[in-house]
Design a protein around this ligand. Structure first.
Ligand code: AMP
Ligand code: GLY
Length: 424
């Protein structure tokens, strides 16, 4: 089979490596991919948002199956466009991808179907929003409606910050049209858990849980980033919590989407907060998480392509989704200065013994040299029997990868270990 993966980060590298395990796969194309995955896939210089060219390529190359990984092309209707020319896809159509594409949509969906989430108000006028923040409880959480590269959420710890957030999103259009409407919601507390789930719209099979580390620096300090590391499973997500989430959040969500005529097929990402009043949805994503995928897929024992195709064909109920009873840790190595300005073009060196454990996000090939070409450059992943072992092994491997200015957090997984009393 000829497979095409749309996207170009560490998440896509993890998907490609896993797909390669299936014997039916003859060739994988990455659109655009990045230089660090050149030995796993053929790179095709077509941007992930260039839907016309993606469709043209799929037709001319005779692609048998497409995986659309990032949010933008999904929300823009990449799956719809590929299906129209007869290419089966993994990923939701635009009508279902709206669950991530519009926070107003997802909040209203949860309210209508009684799915637990933070209390909220929606505003499409800056004046009304300003009036509301003068008297709402503080801290409060202000979210741009549309996609905003993961940066459209502001936690206002005082009233002035709330006013500034409303102003920058709605008047200054910091996130463009994504800020035409905003959600202002209740500030929740509790451990956060990411759960990715395969679904064909009727059946849902959750993957192993994970924990992201969004802040740039140790101790959860510094600016928010796209994610500096992950561990799986997330020890806060006990069997009892999992059962509650399945019954009160996961199944109600796919049923709600079906009832709205927006059947969701693909990977549905539940960003959850385990509050004192029970698990609540912080956000939905219509795709695999990054860097969650880099710890979740290495633990998958069943065949990824078979599961993906079952979500497309609507027979996920007959498909086994099994995970190893092990732990994984991913440490992101970023360019010095990230998430603010940083330099690129530094040579990445790694010991050949660890290259299979490296998932590359931002790099380009120059001859046979691999150069940094992004903020988050790569993720180093280890799978071991226990969380402690996985963390130690990941940092052991990190020492065998280098590039000028590389920086990474040294405490990935620490909070997770605390949750289980420092299991050794
Ligand atoms: P999101 O992009 O919606 O995942 O939000 C980014 C981060 O903001 C989340 O991972 C949470 O840490 C935080 N956050 C979002 N919504 C809330 C909320 N209602 N209460 C507390 N923290 C929140
Ligand atoms: N790691 C968070 C996300 O993929 O949105």
């Amino acid at each position: 089979m000829k497979i095409m993966v749309v996207g170009g980060g560490g998440r896509e590298h993890a998907i490609i490596k896993k797909l390669k395990e299936n014997k039916k796969v003859e060739q994988i194309f990455a659109l655009p991919g990045n230089g660090g995955m050149a030995k796993d896939a053929k790179l095709v210089p077509i941007g992930a948002k260039d839907i016309e060219k993606i469709v043209e390529f799929a037709k001319s190359e005779g692609i048998d199956y497409a995986v659309v990984a990032p949010d933008d092309p999904l929300v823009l209707g990449c799956v719809d466009a590929l299906e129209k020319v007869g290419v089966p896809c993994f990923g939701p159509r635009a009508s279902a991808a709206i669950i991530e594409g519009s926070k107003v949509f997802s909040k209203n969906l949860m309210k209508k179907y009684g799915i637990p989430t933070a209390a909220y108000e929606v505003f499409d006028s800056a004046e009304e929003a300003m009036r509301y923040v003068e008297s709402c409880p503080i801290p409060t959480v202000i979210k741009a409606d549309g996609l905003a590269l993961g940066k459209g959420v502001i936690i206002a710890t005082d009233r002035e910050m709330a006013r500034e957030a409303v102003n920058s999103i709605m008047n200054d259009k910091k996130f463009g049209d994504s800020g035409n409407s905003i959600v202002i919601e209740e500030f929740l507390t509790g451990p956060e858990v990411s759960v990715l789930a395969f679904t064909d719209g009727k059946t849902l099979k959750p993957m192993v849980s994970s924990m992201d580390h969004k802040r740039a620096c140790d101790g959860d300090r510094g600016l928010n980033t796209g994610g500096m590391g992950t561990v799986a499973p997330n020890p806060y997500y006990t069997e009892a919590v999992a059962a509650e989430c399945y019954d009160t959040i996961f199944i109600p969500t796919i049923n709600a989407m079906r009832a709205e005529g927006r059947e969701f097929r693909g990977c549905l990402y539940f960003g959850l907060m385990l509050t004192p009043k029970g698990p609540k949805v912080i956000e939905y994503n219509c795709r695999f998480g990054d860097p969650e995928t880099q710890v979740v897929l290495p633990l998958l024992e069943s065949d990824l392509l078979d599961i993906m195709m079952a979500t497309t064909e609507g027979n996920l109920d007959k498909c086994e989704v099994k995970f190893a009873n092990k732990s994984a840790c991913c440490v992101i190595m970023a360019s010095g200065g990230y998430p603010e300005s940083y330099k690129s073009g530094f040579e990445i060196r790694m010991d050949s013994a660890v290259s299979d454990s490296v998932y590359v996000a931002g790099a380009k090939l120059e001859g046979d040299r691999l150069l940094t070409a992004g903020g988050r450059v790569l993720g180093v992943v280890a799978v071991e029997n226990t969380l402690t072992e996985a963390i130690d092994a990941a940092y052991e491997k990190v020492r065998k990868v280098s590039f000028e200015g590389a920086f990474y957090r040294s405490d990935i997984g620490k909070r997770a270990l605390c949750a289980i009393g420092g299991e050794r």
